[in-house]
Design a protein around this ligand. Structure first.
Ligand code: SF4
Length: 170
């Protein structure tokens, strides 16, 4: 399958890509999840790929407990609505269930926004279903919901077009 890049993406243009979609082992479970079709398409188009991982940039380790939005959607976290937090969903010895990751997620999102600004990127290719990078879907309150993740929401607010990096939902 061929990943179809946006028609106005210029050869050599700088783009942000979720680090795990490039195969980097940045996911909560210590693994990567490479989108080989996307990688091949960007390479063929000679794009300058800038890998980003908001959760690592926010100071979280790998591996780490999975997290989800609690009490709202990522847009609410971005807009700092009261009571909406990002919490872990499984207990781990050093991160008890319910541990609040909101600060780290926001810090990482700000770092990625800065990177986007610094490089003047127009497009980002993000890992689908992550609470940070999800494009059409993300995890909230125990379910997979139809809403973008926190960093995606922030980039979209800056005018960056965020496309899914699973090779299917763009
Ligand atoms: S989905 Fe985003 S936050 Fe999660 S590991 Fe990949 S790059 Fe990092």
């Amino acid at each position: 399958m061929v990943y179809e890049l946006p028609s106005d993406l210029q050869p050599g243009e700088k783009v942000l890509v979720s680090a795990c979609a490039l195969g980097e082992r940045t996911r909560y479970d210590g693994r990567g999840k490479a989108d080989l079709e996307l990688i091949a398409a960007l390479k063929k188009h000679k794009c300058e790929v800038i890998p980003v991982c908001p959760e690592i940039a926010g100071g979280l380790p790998t591996p780490r407990p999975p997290a989800e939005i609690k009490g709202g959607v990522p847009l609410d976290v971005f807009q700092s609505k009261q009571g909406v937090r990002i919490r872990t969903v499984v207990a781990a010895p050093h991160y008890p269930k319910g541990w609040d990751f909101t600060k780290e997620f926001l810090r990482g999102t700000e770092a990625v926004m800065q990177t986007a600004l610094q490089h003047g990127v127009r497009y980002a290719f993000f890992q689908e279903r992550s609470p940070s990078c999800g494009v059409k879907q993300t995890h909230a309150d125990g379910e997979l919901i139809n809403a973008p993740g926190l960093t995606t929401v922030a980039l979209q607010a800056m005018g960056v077009e965020v496309l899914a990096a699973d090779g299917t939902a763009h």
